[in-house]
Design a binder for this molecule. Structure first.
Ligand SMILES: [Zn+2]
Length: 345
């Protein structure tokens, strides 16, 4: 928070290496009472200096690329009596997934069967979405639990509509937030949401996978921006001073990673392609609520279209439900081995 005694002009921008938010305050003098000892959490260092006759510059160095927003509070005739710079972690989910994938100690997967209870989802001629996706989710959980170094849990394990607390009923939005909350509460490294679509055109068929880049996980209407990110093809690397020999207990703070939801999604899609008709060959971006958590990497799989006769016939067959679940597990494992390879380079 910066308090200023008179109306001023200011400018906020971000830089990298080191990551920093810079606030230029024009026509200002620095008060001797100014305190900059808030060097904790995301903040590594705060510097303030009058760097030319007209301008004071405040630099906040952060230990990571962050989301930031700037707000001002007006008092009397001063529109920017107090300038507030708010910082928020942005890539936690990606870093946690990366670390857990490398550790092979315990990768925790939250599986979210879409809809449930009062909300049936899409309707086919033989099956409704909420029942079908629960079956696939239970299958997937069993498969993951039988793998070494992986466990899974479900956001709903019966025909119920997940609601916060002991509430029996809630809105769609509350239910979606509750699913994310359950994933976080269970310390999930990844959230896999399972659906089966319907479309007005009965000829449309095939599976689609959705995931969001981390920079698009900013909540709607929150005014946060993502700090400038240097362009790079490397989405994952070890922090300085961390050796790949310590892989068995890599912590998320030791790795720099982003957009792992997209990468994981593409690995799952690659595997699904072998056994399932796939509509789009790479991950799609869509602003689904369950994909927006910055703390849990997440993908949403539309397994196929219940509005298409052939897709529905495929989906109701238990053997095919098994194929889908197995492809997802293979995708997660392929992602993990790839990350390990990338980080050992
Ligand atoms: Zn659905």
């Amino acid at each position: 928070m910066i308090d200023v005694s008179q109306t001023i002009n200011y400018k906020v921008f971000t830089l990298n290496r080191p990551n920093r938010v810079v606030i230029d305050l024009y026509q200002t003098e620095i008060s001797s009472q100014l305190k900059t000892d808030r060097e904790k959490g995301l903040i590594k260092k705060v510097r303030i200096a009058k760097n030319n006759r007209n301008r004071s510059r405040l630099v906040i160095e952060t230990d990571d690329i962050v989301f930031y927003k700037v707000e001002k509070i007006a008092i009397g005739t001063n529109p920017n009596f107090r300038i507030i710079i708010d910082l928020k972690r942005s890539y936690d989910g990606s870093r946690r997934l990366t670390a857990a994938s490398v550790n092979k100690a315990n990768l925790i997967v939250a599986i979210d069967p879409g809809h449930g209870g009062k909300d049936p989802g899409a309707r086919g001629s033989k099956v409704i979405e909420k029942d079908l996706v629960l079956k696939i989710a239970i299958r997937l959980k069993r498969l993951i639990d039988s793998e070494k170094g992986m466990t899974a849990f479900l956001t709903r394990s019966d025909d119920s509509f997940p609601c916060p607390g002991k509430a029996k009923n809630c809105s769609q939005r509350e239910s979606l937030n509750e699913r994310i909350r359950r994933a976080k509460e269970g310390n999930a490294h990844v959230l896999i949401s399972i659906h089966a679509d319907a479309f007005s055109d009965p000829n449309v068929r095939g599976a689609t996978l959705y995931a969001l880049p981390d920079s698009k996980k900013i909540p709607k209407g929150s005014n946060y921006k993502v700090m400038y990110h240097p362009k790079s093809k490397v989405k994952v690397k070890l922090n300085k001073g961390v050796s790949s020999r310590s892989f068995s207990r890599l912590r998320s703070s030791q790795v720099d990673a982003y957009d792992q939801s997209i990468d994981l999604g593409n690995f799952i899609l690659q595997e699904m392609k072998r056994d399932v008709r796939v509509r789009k060959l790479s991950s799609r971006e869509a602003p689904f609520a369950v994909l927006k958590s910055t703390q849990v990497a997440s993908v949403l799989i539309e397994t196929s279209y219940l509005s298409n006769k052939k897709d529905e016939a495929f989906l109701v067959n238990i053997k095919n439900q098994d194929k889908i679940a197995k492809a997802i597990v293979r995708g997660i494992k392929a992602y993990s081995s790839n990350i390990k390879r990338e980080l050992s380079k």
